[in-house]
Design a protein around this ligand. Sequence first.
Ligand code: DAH
Length: 330
Amino acid sequence: MTSNLEAQLLALRQEGEKAIAAAETLERLEELRVNYLGKKGELGALLRSMGQMSAEERPKIGAIANTVKESLQISLDQQRAALEAAQIQALLEAETLDVTMPGIYSPQGRIHPLNGIIDRALDIFVGMGYTVAQGPEMETDYYNFEALNTPPDHPARDMQDTFYLPDGNLLRTHTSSVQIRYMEREEPPIRVVAPGRVYRRDNVDATHSAVFHQIELLAIDEGLTFTDLKGTIKVFLQAIFGDLPIRFRASYFPFTEPSAEVDLQWNGRWLEVMGCGMVDPNVLKSVGYDPEVYTGFAAGFGVERFAMVLHQIDDIRRLYASDLRFLQQF
Ligand code: DAH
């Protein structure tokens, strides 16, 4: 009886350890634990039969049963630890990134050369305390001409071939119209820079386009002089083109007096790059500013012209053709 039960216990241990070692999942391991060591498990069933044993046999079998129980528990713990470690290892392997693998190529976008000039110019003026403003591309005759000291029949209207719309409005020929709109809604002191699209009734060729871009500049304050204008333009042009010789050449614009063209020495030649001048008192009067109190200066330049000089572009049309072979150079 005794040796029979002892043999059964030892057989149970052997069978149990084999099954535990073969368990491949934590679920299976739990099944085995319940099966062998659980309340209704096999070890329990064997021990219940101890009730029929004599008092000398019982402790002996009890001790054997304890070692069987302990060693099964140890096997379960070891297998559990091994399975958990394998699970973590598998997760790590599944989630590993091979940083040496070649990436997926996606083409990089670029800033269009015109936007590049606009961004740089606005940055420079914002750095000098200017505010950026915009105005409409469809304008009234008043904002584009009249308020800028260019009444109907003024000969200066011939300076800018204009697209007139059937309702009498027009496509703005310059960003100078933003000067008037901005001064009407703000009070001096004013420092404003206005980029935008402008329109001229020009035949398209290598240096002309019916649509192009300008940046306008306006400063109004008490005591501003031509020296302030020169200093501002110089700082700006040097920031864009580098430290090149510049000169101011007397010129005419109806909205400034005196007026000047600014030339830049570029590859040994004088290039005209912008128009400027002291704001004409009539312009200040048109927005209700007292010209006895306020003075100011203004300037305007073509963005395409800047881009063509800076990047040595031979034909303005390249800037609008969206040819990637051209655009990818910038
Ligand atoms: N509006 C002029 C043009 O389109 C450029 C210009 C000249 C703007 C002198 C100004 C200025 O503000 O003062 O040709």
